[in-house]
Design a protein around this ligand. Sequence first.
Ligand SMILES: NC(=O)c1ccc[n+]([C@@H]2O[C@H](COP(=O)([O-])OP(=O)(O)OC[C@H]3O[C@@H](n4cnc5c(N)ncnc54)[C@H](OP(=O)(O)O)[C@@H]3O)[C@@H](O)[C@H]2O)c1
Length: 288
Amino acid sequence: MKILLTGSEGQLGTDFRLVCGEKHEITAHDIDLDIRDRRVVADRVREVSPDLVVNAAAYTNVDGAESDELEAFRVNALGAQNLALACQSGDIPLLHVSTDFVFSGEGTVPLTEFDRPDPRGVYGRSKYAGECYVTALLERYYLCRTSWLFGVAGGNFVKTMLRIGREKGTVQVVCDQEGNPTYSRDLAAKLLEIIDSGAFGIYHVSNSGSATWFEFAREIFEIAGMDVEVSPVTAEEFGSPAPRPAYSVMRGLALELAGIPPMRHYREALADFILRDLPAWEQEAGSS
Ligand SMILES: NC(=O)c1ccc[n+]([C@@H]2O[C@H](COP(=O)([O-])OP(=O)(O)OC[C@H]3O[C@@H](n4cnc5c(N)ncnc54)[C@H](OP(=O)(O)O)[C@@H]3O)[C@@H](O)[C@H]2O)c1
């Protein structure tokens, strides 16, 4: 299959390219194909004429979005609209990636694809606007929501914890927000299974198991074999600029309905990431 991939240098984009290997013919673009530019996007999609567009590009700075609303909406809402319009004209399906932050986080049971989004922060609202464009403009889409990503490329919570742990030996971590940590390589592999199924629709695609950031941090240090003092703080005490869902644990009901196996537990994925894939990635980066 010929796939046009956006956001190819990000966490997911990098792992999507890796996991695809030779299986699909990927035309990869990052910021060189600015999804904010409607004409550029339309021209490139027409030129490549792919069988599928995969959008892994996004404005992902959750706190930054609070003071940069226009930019968050330009990329996450209008960028998704531009891709959906280009796909609509070429009758090309779109796989668009979204987030658990489209939910308010006020519930207490895992959220399915049939639950109603109600985003609170700017990032979540901009991502939800992108979802709305995709679902309104296209009949053939995979809208895949994921959560709490970590991967070899770019910054993420796991890398931040390992760095702070090494530098300071102590860290304060939020203990009243719960979600599904997800390895972007596992996510990429599951996206390929969804694509192979041909079953269009909305999917929740996260590793199994849930944790608070505090619990997740403790597991990171345990797997890494680091003796770091982790202290719990509330989100209010921590004082991030952006509101985040208190409970955004997702259930992959659509995967179950499509007969696609659930993703493995995040702890197993975290161990592969910390003990195998991240050191290999860093070694390769160091030697090149
Ligand atoms: N990260 C998470 O924890 C998380 C959680 C839930 C859902 N998601 C969603 O999962 C998807 C992938 O996230 P990720 O963590 O892989 O993101 P990421 O690492 O931030 O990668 C996004 C990529 O998109 C690029 N980009 C930004 N603006 C662009 C534009 N206007 N045109 C083209 N490319 C642009 C970025 O380039 P620069 O680096 O140069 O800006 C970056 O390479 C996104 O849809 C995100 O919303 C992420």
